[in-house]
Design a protein around this ligand. Structure first.
Ligand code: B12
Ligand code: SF4
Length: 591
């Protein structure tokens, strides 16, 4: 402890005299505060030092909108905390949860935090209770979910929430607080990171995690046990309503973290019956994995952009595991769970060429399983596609987003040409890799002509799977700002929907209509054409040798759980209060 404080003080002195080193120091200090301080029992003095450091960090990052602002009061008022020191039992119980509207039952943030807790806090009992509304409508109503949680007698419930899931989750928080008033509720994930004020303002929420969560979740365990002051990396709502703010963590070193824990998703040690993938093959275990985090691009609609902007040490943003360590982990997973296919969920698989070359070479030798990756057309040259295919790459998912070159560059921030898209798609085809394209429809100021170009370009390349999503405005992104400035946002719209192919075949704009550009009826009409194209053209197959006998369809996997009939009108849902949540959600998406 004293060595740690000494080191911190020396660094603080250095700060005063060597302003040029400020950024570097900021990172050094953060390393101390995250890696070391979070593991060491603290005193009030220690808390204060951390807060001073936080405040300095805040001054240095005043332009980064996503970075939390530390509280003015330097001394953490423990007496005002509702939960500080309230956990006294030897084996605290923590329940993770997330919202799954499409049947997906894996969430990597939870896997990563669970692994960290199991390594650093083995005495903590880590449970998972996701809201799987498509699995069992009755069990996952807010009331029934809250009843189930009450029976668990937990010390903390921690949700990972994406922004589009915020509104559907609100009734769950209310029910939880009603049934278990003394259970603290923590929310992390993109909703908490990019809509901090909106999230903490919810009266039922006690803590939010404003950045990366592994060390922060450890800190809240220590905070609840009364071992530290505030939970560093979190904001806390105190008893008098004051918000105690600490700075967001940015975990730049993946090697310091354990690999994600998949046991938390399995049932009795097996993945049989766990819906681990939307697109993957049937009859085999498809395991989602990540070789790293972060993407160097700045698409205007994507949350990678504000996170990258606010990242303090840019050189640590693109993170990858060591190829050898990653492959060893894949081997372990393959053998432990009998995996048949890996789905790489990295934002951009090829964010580091050196890594990818080395990784493919070892993967090919040691893993010998088919896989899919996310990529950008800019990097999908002949050599890349050939090397990927040789390593076992079955499908590449890539974004076209709009078929209109000019709109795509100007509004979406993607500067590739249509020629590049066509070449990349052809390179994949020649290498024998399936193509799954992502396309956005109904983005700000998009016209009917733009949308038609998207369909045309996809017709030209004929991907084995054409996927399209209604645009969702995501707070913190440049496109959200444009939409706001253009007066297009419907700020509290609760029916942000994105399950394009399954939401009752009725497409509704998530923005205010601009009839002179794109009317609601044109939008729906073109989406119907897109849907027809998707169904006619779909040839994504998982049969060995790429034969076409077993094509995936939109009704496979989680999709098959979604019914097609018309939703009940909203008013009827309100009247029949305790109707199944499943129908409620169908209504919700078509509102
Ligand atoms: C993998 C992925 C998916 C997968 C898996 C989703 C899932 N169930 O987890 C698939 C392909 C299914 C998917 C689908 C969707 N996704 Co997605 N996805 C991603 C991706 C590429 C990686 C996410 C990830 O696992 N990262 C690795 C983990 C370890 O890091 P992390 O998520 O940042 O988590 C850290 C912190 O956020 C924090 N944290 C997170 N949760 C919590 C909870 C607690 C309690 C704490 C303390 C901390 C904490 O700690 C974590 C560890 O440090 C991101 C892109 C990105 N830049 O992150 C988009 C992203 C998360 N997806 C996004 C969206 C919008 C969606 C969809 C809604 C898209 C759509 N149009 O359909 C759907 C929703 C699907 C669903 N089931 O609900 C957005 C979310 C934006 C937002 N503001 O919420 C992102 C950021 C991409 C974007 N467009 O900007 N997605
Ligand atoms: S390439 Fe993908 S992950 Fe990267 S900024 Fe663009 S949309 Fe986001």
């Amino acid at each position: 402890m004293s060595i740690l404080l000494g080191a911190m003080c020396r660094e603080l002195l250095r700060l005063r005299f060597a302003q040029n080193d400020i950024m570097e120091l900021r990172n050094t200090v953060e390393e101390y505060s995250i890696h070391e301080a979070s593991k060491t029992a603290g005193s009030r003095f220690f808390d204060d030092i951390l807060h001073r450091i936080s405040r300095m960090g805040q001054m240095m990052n005043s332009q980064a909108r996503i970075i939390a602002v530390s509280s003015d009061d330097l001394v953490y008022p423990r007496h005002k905390s509702r939960y500080f020191g309230t956990v006294t039992r030897k084996k605290p119980r923590l329940v993770f949860s997330f919202y799954s509207p499409d049947g997906n039952e894996i969430a990597m943030p939870i896997a990563s935090m669970s692994a960290y807790l199991k390594r650093e806090f083995p005495e903590v009992e880590v449970l998972l209770e996701p809201v799987l509304i498509l699995r069992d409508a009755e069990r996952y109503t807010p009331v029934n979910f809250a009843r189930g949680i009450a029976e668990l007698d937990a010390d903390l419930i921690a949700f990972s929430i994406m922004s589009p899931h915020w509104f559907p989750m609100e009734p769950y928080f209310a029910e939880l607080k009603r049934l278990s008033p003394s259970l603290p509720i923590l929310v992390g994930g993109y909703q908490a990171m990019l809509s901090q004020e909106q999230t903490i303002a919810n009266p039922h929420i006690d803590y939010i995690c404003v950045g990366d969560g592994e060390y922060a979740i450890g800190n809240i365990v220590r905070h609840l046990r009364g071992e530290t002051g505030p939970a560093d990396g979190m904001w806390e709502k105190l008893a008098d309503g004051q918000i105690w703010r600490t700075e967001a963590h940015q975990n730049g070193d993946l090697a310091a973290l354990p690999f994600p824990d998949y046991d938390i998703f399995s049932r009795d040690g097996s993945f049989a019956g766990v819906n681990s993938s939307i697109f993957g093959p049937k009859g085999k275990l498809v395991l989602p994995v990540m070789t790293g985090r972060g993407c160097p691009y700045r698409c205007t609609y994507c949350c990678n952009t504000p996170i990258l902007e606010g990242w303090r040490s840019k050189k640590t943003f693109l993170r990858k595991y060591e190829p050898e360590a990653m492959v060893a982990e894949l081997e372990r997973l393959r053998d432990q769970y009998n995996v048949g296919y890996f789905e790489f969920w990295d934002e951009l698989f090829l964010s580091n060429l050196k890594f990818v070359r080395a990784f493919f070479a070892i993967y090919k030798e040691r893993i010998r399983l088919p896989f899919s990756i996310n990529s950008r057309v800019e990097v999908m040259n002949e050599e890349f596609c050939r090397t990927a295919a040789e390593a076992g790459c079955h499908t590449i998912w890539f974004g076209i987003e709009s078929g209109d070159e000019e709109y795509r560059a100007r509004m979406l921030g993607r500067k590739m040409t249509n020629e590049q898209v066509i070449n990349a798609a052809d390179n994949c085809r020649k290498a024998g890799i399936f193509r799954l394209t992502f396309n956005i429809v109904g983005a700000p100021l998009e016209t009917a002509a733009n949308m038609r170009k998207t369909l045309e370009l996809n017709r030209r390349i004929a991907p084995e799977f054409f996927f399209f999503f209604p645009y969702i405005p995501l707070r913190g992104t440049p496109l959200y700002k444009i939409a706001e400035e253009e007066g297009l946002l419907i700020k509290n719209k609760k029916n942000l929907h994105y399950l394009s192919a399954v939401n009752n075949r009725k497409f509704t704009l998530n923005m205010k209509e601009r009839p002179e550009l794109l009317s609601q009826s044109e939008y729906n009409e073109i989406c119907q054409e897109m849907l027809a194209f998707q169904q006619r053209n779909n040839r994504l197959s998982y049969t060995e040798g790429n034969a076409m006998e077993d094509p995936a369809t939109v009704r496979d996997k989680s999709f098959e759980l979604v019914e097609d009939d018309a939703p009940a009108p909203v008013e009827v849902l309100a009247a029949k209060e305790k109707k199944s949540l499943f129908s409620e959600v169908r209504g919700f998406f078509s509102r």
